[in-house]
Write a protein that binds this ligand. Structure first.
Ligand code: 5GP
Length: 118
């Protein structure tokens, strides 16, 4: 059965358990799981269960959820013992190199990162 709809992405399937994925964190608002194509030793995605395509589409009513995602990212970073630092990234839209249109925060770390990223 193809459950993909215009309001859905691969992350929807992961959230609903249709693609077996180990969750490093899960609550009633979001999940966290490893990126399939890591750019660093630790690369985890924090994804809201609510379908928001991208940060530029977030609404005033999402304020609490967005704050929650950041605090979950912080907690996952602590669980991963990233005490020397890490980076949180939200890619937005075409020029932001977003590829999955279901909002997510990248948690990247486990090595010395460089800046600027472009
Ligand atoms: P974006 O480019 O949209 O900011 O990031 C999307 C991320 O999702 C990419 O880093 C990509 O590797 C990851 N990704 C794409 N498909 C899958 C998948 O099926 N499983 C997992 N775990 N990560 C995925």
């Amino acid at each position: 059965k193809n459950t993909a709809t215009p309001d859905d992405t691969i992350f929807g399937k992961i959230i609903r358990g249709e693609i077996k994925t180990e969750f490093l964190y899960k609550d009633d608002k979001c999940v966290a799981f490893k990126d399939i194509n890591p750019v660093a030793p630790i690369h985890i995605l924090i994804v809201p269960i609510k379908f928001i395509t991208q940060i530029s589409e977030a609404k005033e009513e999402d304020e609490k959820l967005l704050g929650h995602l950041l605090l979950v990212a912080k907690k996952v970073a602590e669980d991963q013992k990233l005490d020397k630092g890490y980076r949180l990234v939200i890619n937005n839209g075409k020029e932001g190199q977003q590829s999955v249109y279901h909002l997510h925060i990248h948690l990247i770390g486990g090595k010395q990162l460089s800046w600027p990223p472009c």
